[in-house]
Design a protein around this ligand. Structure first.
Ligand code: AHR
Length: 360
């Protein structure tokens, strides 16, 4: 009995030492992550974050990434959901200024209307990070940091995708694949579901798609320079599944047999449209070729099931880059004006292999 007791005591002591060591290791990581800026401060970095809302699978993944990264970096995150209203974003950012947060990150729901609030942040000495979507007039390069009329000088850094390039990638995928998928045709009619009107994700994808096809960027409908691709329908579905379905239903009513390709500015709208196509008695991914943007899980499921053709990735896992950039800015270290995301294209040829390792 005594021997058993002794063994148990030794075991408990070993476990205690092991737990203490791993706690220390964790604290070490935290200290490294919280970096110099918090040294000598008796509090954490405070970041105000104005998110657009929860309109899509992509947005949920982005929010989760930001919240998890804030924990990981030991940053006190004040998170505000604007429910798709710019007014709510302006209000939230003003509140962050009053609260004297250390740094503000925000995703502008639309491109216009940011000058005044960003100048208020500058006047208050609070740096800002633009996440995912950008603002009007910004090319995310600042040639003269003293030029207050250049929108690129109203924020400190931008972290996100090249939306125009995503539009280019959709058009390139379409031109490379649609002729083989629809061999009975030589001219292809395209229906387009646009994202939230006036958002950089919408304007960028809209323009990039047309640029690659040789269609003037300012026109909604038009024919490619080689005469093979015609945008015959183009309307917003506001990046939501419900509106994607609704608008596709209307497209199919007005043009029951004419649509060869659907370009949806995001996967949620593509998934909504697939339901509308099925309900109209057509076969998605065969009668109508479906290309989305985002590469979220729902799109992978559809590609593996054979109801969607392709999804052009837009990476929502921006949280770690946001936190790292914030800490660098607050430490006075140089940061890139534009931290661009790494992205790939997926279709029915590589979706099944990539699916198991997808994080969103
Ligand atoms: O700004 C990124 C876009 O916004 C994503 O493509 C879309 O799904 C989201 O709602």
């Amino acid at each position: 009995m005594k021997k058993l007791l002794a063994v148990l005591l030794v075991l408990a002591a070993v476990l205690f030492v092991f737990a203490a060591c791993s706690k220390k290791a964790e604290a070490g990581v935290e200290q490294a992550r919280s970096t110099d800026v918090t040294q000598g401060m008796d509090r954490k970095i405070v970041m105000g974050y104005s998110q657009i809302g929860a309109e899509s699978e992509w947005r949920t993944a982005c929010t989760n990434s930001v919240q998890a990264a804030a924990k990981e970096w030991n940053i006190d995150l004040r998170f505000s959901d604007a429910q798709q209203q710019q007014q709510n974003q302006l209000q939230a950012i003003r509140t962050f200024i009053q609260q004297k947060v250390d740094i503000i990150a925000f995703t502008p729901v639309v491109e216009t209307g940011w000058e005044a609030i960003l100048k208020e942040c500058l006047d208050a000495g609070i740096p800002t990070i633009c996440v995912d979507r950008s603002i009007e007039g910004s090319d995310r390069i600042s040639t003269n940091p003293n030029d207050t009329s250049d929108p690129d000088n109203w924020f400190t850094a931008f972290i996100g995708s090249d939306m125009e390039q995503e539009g280019n990638r959709v058009a390139k995928w379409m031109m490379a694949n649609v002729p083989a998928l629809k061999p009975d045709k030589t001219v292809y009619n395209i229906a387009e579901l646009q994202g939230t009107v006036g958002s950089s994700a919408m304007t960028g994808r809209f323009k990039g798609f047309r640029d690659t096809l040789g269609i003037p960027a300012a026109t909604a409908l038009g024919t490619s320079s080689d005469g093979k691709y015609k945008i015959i329908l183009s309307q917003t579905g506001d990046f939501t599944r419900a509106q994607g379905k609704q608008v596709m239903e209307a497209f199919l009513k007005s043009n029951p047999d004419d649509i060869d390709v659907l370009f949806a500015h995001n996967d949620d709208m593509a998934i909504g449209a697939i339901q509308a196509i099925q309900e109209a008695g057509k076969v998605p991914a065969k009668d109508i070729i479906i290309i989305g943007v985002d590469a979220v899980k729902g799109a992978f499921e559809a590609m593996v099931a054979g109801t969607m053709n392709a999804s052009i990735e837009c990476n929502p896992l921006l949280g770690p880059q946001v936190m790292e950039t914030a800490v660098k800015i607050l430490n006075g270290q140089p940061v890139e004006k534009w931290v661009v995301s790494n992205e790939s294209d997926y279709d029915q040829t590589n979706a099944a292999a990539a699916f198991p390792s997808r994080q969103y």
